[in-house]
Write a protein that binds this ligand. Structure first.
Ligand SMILES: NC(=O)c1ccc[n+]([C@@H]2O[C@H](COP(=O)([O-])OP(=O)(O)OC[C@H]3O[C@@H](n4cnc5c(N)ncnc54)[C@H](OP(=O)(O)O)[C@@H]3O)[C@@H](O)[C@H]2O)c1
Length: 214
């Protein structure tokens, strides 16, 4: 393993995000359990093909010391808020109105996507991470620390401990992490911002985050 301690990661959503993060977690010595809305019997290819643990959403939440949420925004209301209270929750979601429908508070900037998730999950320790890269690239673009071509990815959150878990995973997966500040500041790297899904090194990402309009 790259770091000192294995992280047990529960994952809600077993599509591009869930399967990529699950596979990377295993590759780097962590443990992961994937879940979706249809039940673990629909995730046979991930368990058989990649050796990933699968379970119900409730089982994945109970399994994870950190829980990754990678679902369309329309699914946020279905998340088990009581079970997630107190947990580190890594929010990889993005807002695509053509998929998610118009969400007024996101459209008018009252809320960010991270704050929207936090509103659904009172008491959860929400950190925004892993949203600003295509999953195919998350799986292939990781490089050892110090490599000149190592990419950097942003994180934002109000809970220092939760942020540290997200940073740890990003670094283990082969990326530098740049702290964009509190959860509200994830607006600097959401869909539509200049740094969103752009391959940038640490200095260029930090500049892009600082320059992003509020
Ligand atoms: N694709 C990327 O490269 C990428 C990169 C960064 C961020 N994101 C963002 O991450 C989120 C997920 O994207 P994706 O590409 O992984 O989507 P996806 O491939 O469509 O997968 C979505 C997953 O969410 C599950 N799901 C839906 N409703 C659920 C519920 N109520 N409870 C539990 N699981 C539920 C689906 O399972 P069922 O089919 O069983 O409902 C499916 O496994 C989106 O917000 C996306 O914008 C995507």
């Amino acid at each position: 393993m790259d770091g000192e301690k294995t992280v047990k990661i529960g994952i809600i959503g077993a599509g591009f995000v869930g399967s990529a993060i699950g596979k990377l977690a295993l590759r780097h010595g962590h443990e992961a359990m994937l879940s979706n809305s249809r039940g673990p019997h629909t995730l046979f290819s991930l368990s058989r093909g990649f050796g990933l643990r699968v379970g119900t959403v409730e089982e994945a939440v109970a399994f994870g010391e950190a829980v990754v949420v990678g679902v369309p925004l329309g699914a946020l209301a279905a998340l088990p808020a009581a079970a997630l209270a107190g947990k580190v929750v890594i929010d990889a979601n993005n807002y695509y109105p053509e998929r998610d429908g118009q969400i007024a508070e996101l459209d008018d900037g009252t809320l960010t996507t991270g704050e929207l998730l936090a509103r659904h999950l009172p008491g959860a320790r929400v950190v925004k991470a892993f949203n600003a890269i295509r999953m195919a690239e998350l799986e292939t673009d990781g490089r050892p620390a110090g490599s000149p071509e190592r990419r950097a990815l942003p994180v934002a959150g109000d809970d220092a401990g939760a942020k540290a878990v997200a940073v740890r995973l990003l670094e283990d997966f082969g990326f530098d992490a740049v702290d964009a500040g509190p959860l509200a500041e994830c607006r600097r790297f959401e869909n539509g911002t200049p740094v969103y899904c752009r391959p940038l090194g640490r200095a260029d990402l930090a500049r892009g985050l600082a320059a992003a309009a509020r």
